[in-house]
Design a protein around this ligand. Structure first.
Ligand code: ADP
Ligand code: MG
Length: 754
């Protein structure tokens, strides 16, 4: 494994000789990390598209989501999309067939009712946003019509075989065409109105054309196969579509709250932040909160994807939707039921599922050329040979077959179905992938960068040694712990716990110095604590600490120096164990084809090298937060595609710079949940490996689907002019491929755990 690293400066050298060049005044970790102060964590307007930020519209834009029902073909989605897009005041409309939803960005003046009307006019239903139960597909009018039409077709077939009079046969076929074709013809008219040639138009033309030349049986078969194919496709997709909403419904509607010592049952929506909620054994939680009474184990699978119960006692966070185990508990609500982590995840998953993947844009471009060209060829076949004296019936029939083949059905569905199923499958494992674009990018990762502390290592370092340079160890520990008390850094926590229960002096004018350490005043004297770099930058000589630093370095520990304006007072050696799952996760990533794994850390050279060597990966040490961002950019440029894994808070800028930013342990932190491209709910590296493998699988399936679709289309387009393709064969191939790619895509969702 190749290693790259930054030039390392010795602790007692000052790299640039400019003392005290710390970040701006009063800067704390919070205000320096872009994730904190500038509100990056909050999505600005509701108009941030899930597919990666091409929101070109100002604040006047509003975003509305409408559930579209009864869409049973992928190109119907395009029709709805076009019609909504034509509505004045609508900037952009995206309709996802697989997710069954319309996303419209529009001027504030456009109302939901207007949008819904367009959907209805286009011939589709509108779902209520929080609908209780979906109608099972076989009870929808569309499915019933399809079944009736198939029966009528069989009647026609039987009458033909049994030698019944011509009228009976044709009558049955015609009835089959009307019954099964009604929704198709209606949708076709709607498509034509918006000048869109979708598959309804093509199928209608083929069926009517076939009937016109007296091929009643084939016309009926075209309708029946098409309707059945669509129904099967909807059936296959249905469960995946509803899976996320099922998740949302897990949280109970009613809760037992304790108000002024009295317990009353109220609707979950009415529970205010800070209220006490009583959760009995075996009940699901309705709100996010902190456990204040009792202890228990809970199954947090809806949020984290992990069904092994987790122990909870006072002070621990719990999530809405999780299942309480054997203990009765009292929880103080930290969020309203509507804002719970579960609801947010479900909303984000749906959003992501509705987004378009880059592959889809390719398909769109391809179809825009393919369909008109094939239709033009069909028209030419129906007209030119007969004009030259060939038999009209023969060539007209071939042209009809070509019309059916002109539909890009399977191609159009190939990608969205994979995106819906891949993102859905990920969400069940506690992995939130923020859209088709992210899914594809994650599937193509060549390199992954890791933050060290808390990502590859436990993130719970412990103080291994204290080397006092003047006073006692005891004094050093107390002073250091006092300074670190208000810092959030894992190293700070370690030093704090080393002080145990000891009484700590007051600290004035405390501030953290991002990526370096912290400073503050104790009894009027200014102290610093942090990396050798902190001291170097302040021009404070570390000569007195040299041998202590060497000892710490030889042990591969992270040095933390306590000092004042004159020099070092003590050196602490801290060590952080590598997580038990790191080795296995890295192995999986490598075997999944991620060639380059590199650790980025602000830590010193020696501990960084120790961790990297143990794991057999590359590393770059002593990076300041902004240098981490640089390092990410470099690798993205070099490899074309590189991911970054971090905690999503301290590492937010680096995650944002990567092609795909993975945030670990995102369930508890809203910022990480919102800003990461991929949020791993649990602090578990195996989830990272799972996310990458799943994305790879999705990417592979998308490619297979597109390839197979184009191949089959190509073969049929070439055969049709020679009369080698019958109408029913064309429909069968078409629907067969559509169902095939749908099932292939759904493999991700149904499949075993990746
Ligand atoms: P990483 O997450 O890769 O360890 P950070 O940027 O969080 O990197 O920190 C870089 C280095 O800055 C740490 O290794 C440590 O030496 C120093 N440091 C930062 N904050 C503190 C702190 N509160 N106390 C002591 N040292 C700190
Ligand atoms: Mg860190």
């Amino acid at each position: 494994m190749k290693k790259r690293q930054l030039p390392v400066f010795q602790p007692d050298q000052n790299p640039d000789g400019t003392p005290g060049q710390a970040p701006g005044p009063g800067c704390t970790d919070d205000c320096c990390a872009p994730s904190g102060g500038n509100g990056l964590g909050v999505v600005k307007t509701p108009a941030r598209p899930a597919d990666g930020g091409e929101d070109g519209y100002g604040d006047a834009a509003e975003r509305t989501v409408v559930r579209v029902e009864g869409m049973d073909c992928a190109s119907c989605a395009a029709t709805v999309e076009k019609r909504v897009g034509q509505l004045p005041g609508v900037y952009r409309a995206t309709v996802n067939f697989a997710a069954g939803r319309l996303d419209a960005e529009h001027e504030v003046s456009v109302t939901v009712e207007q949008l819904e009307k367009v959907v209805r006019d286009a011939g589709y239903g509108v779902g209520r946003t929080e609908e209780a139960e979906r109608t099972p597909f076989w009870r929808t009018p569309r499915a019933l019509l399809t079944a009736a039409s198939a029966l009528l077709f069989l009647v026609g077939l039987a009458s033909g075989l049994l030698g019944a009079p011509e009228v009976a046969r044709v009558g049955a076929y015609a009835a089959a065409i009307v019954v099964g074709g009604l929704p198709i013809f209606r949708a076709a008219l709607s498509a034509l109105k918006s000048r869109h040639m979708d598959m309804n138009v093509l199928m209608s033309a083929a069926a009517i054309g076939a009937a016109g030349i007296g091929a009643w049986g084939e016309a009926a078969l075209v309708v029946v196969l098409f309707a059945t194919g669509n129904a099967l496709q909807v059936f296959a997709i249905d469960r995946t579509r509803g899976a996320v909403r099922a998740l949302m419904r897990l949280a109970p509607d009613e809760v037992l709250v304790r108000r002024d010592g009295v317990e009353t049952t109220v609707p979950a929506d009415e529970v205010g932040v800070g209220e006490l909620v009583v959760v009995r054994p075996g009940e699901r939680l309705a709100v996010d909160g902190v456990l204040v009474e009792g202890h228990t184990t809970v199954d947090e699978a809806p949020v984290t994807g992990e069904s092994i119960p987790v122990e909870k006692s006072a002070g621990d966070s719990v999530f809405s939707g999780s299942l309480n185990g054997p203990g009765g508990i009292v929880v103080r609500a930290t969020k309203g039921a509507k804002d719970s982590t579960l609801q947010r995840i479900a909303r984000m998953v749906e959003e992501a599922q509705g987004s378009k993947a880059p592959a889809e844009q390719f398909v769109d471009r391809f179809s825009r050329v393919y369909t008109p060209v094939v239709v033009a060829v069909a028209v030419a076949l129906a007209t030119i040979p007969p004009l030259l004296g060939a038999d009209f019936g023969t060539w007209f029939y071939r042209a009809l077959a070509l019309l059916i083949i002109a539909c890009p059905c399977s191609l159009v569905i190939s990608t969205p179905v994979t995106v819906v199923s891949g993102i859905g499958a990920a969400s069940r494992r506690g992995i939130l992938i923020k859209g088709g674009a992210v899914l594809e990018a994650a599937g193509r990762l060549k390199a992954l960068l890791f933050d060290k502390t808390g990502t590859l290592t436990e993130g719970r370092p412990v103080v291994e040694r204290v080397l006092a340079l003047g006073g006692t160890e005891e004094e050093a520990v107390v002073l250091a712990a006092a300074l670190e008390r208000r810092s959030e850094h894992p190293l700070a926590h370690a030093i704090l716990s080393a002080a145990g229960e000891r009484k700590l002096p007051e600290v004035a004018n405390f501030r953290t110095v991002a990526g370096r350490g912290a400073e503050g005043e104790v009894e009027g004297r200014r102290y610093l604590i942090g990396s050798p770099r902190l001291f170097a930058e302040r021009g404070i000589s570390l000569d007195a600490a040299r041998s202590a630093l060497r000892k710490v370095e030889e042990a591969g520990e992270t040095p933390v120096i306590l000092g004042d304006g004159r020099g070092p007072i003590a050196v602490f050696g801290l060590a952080d164990a590598i997580r038990s799952d790191t080795h296995a996760a890295l192995r999986t990533l490598r075997s999944a084809g991620v060639e380059e794994l590199v650790m980025l850390t602000g830590d010193s050279e020696a501990p960084a090298r120790r961790v990297a060597d143990t794991l057999g990966i590359g590393y770059r040490a002593q990076l300041l937060p902004e240098q981490k961002v640089e390092a990410v950019r470099e690798l993205v440029t070099k490899k074309g595609n590189a991911g970054m894994v971090g905690d999503g808070i301290n590492d937010a800028p680096a995650l944002a710079a990567a092609s795909v930013g993975f945030a670990m342990g995102a369930a508890g932190t809203d910022v990480a949940l919102e800003t990461a491209d991929v949020a791993l709910m649990q602090d578990d590296l195996r989830k990272l490996a799972a996310a990458v493998r799943l994305s790879r699988a999705a990417e592979r399936i998308i490619k297979q689907n597109i390839f197979v679709s184009i191949l089959i289309k190509g073969v049929f387009v070439l055969l049709a002019p020679f009369g080698l393709v019958t109408l029913w064969l064309a429909v069968l191939a078409d629907m067969g491929t559509s169902i095939g790619v749908t099932l292939n895509g759904l493999r991700l969702f149904r499949g075993r755990r990746v």
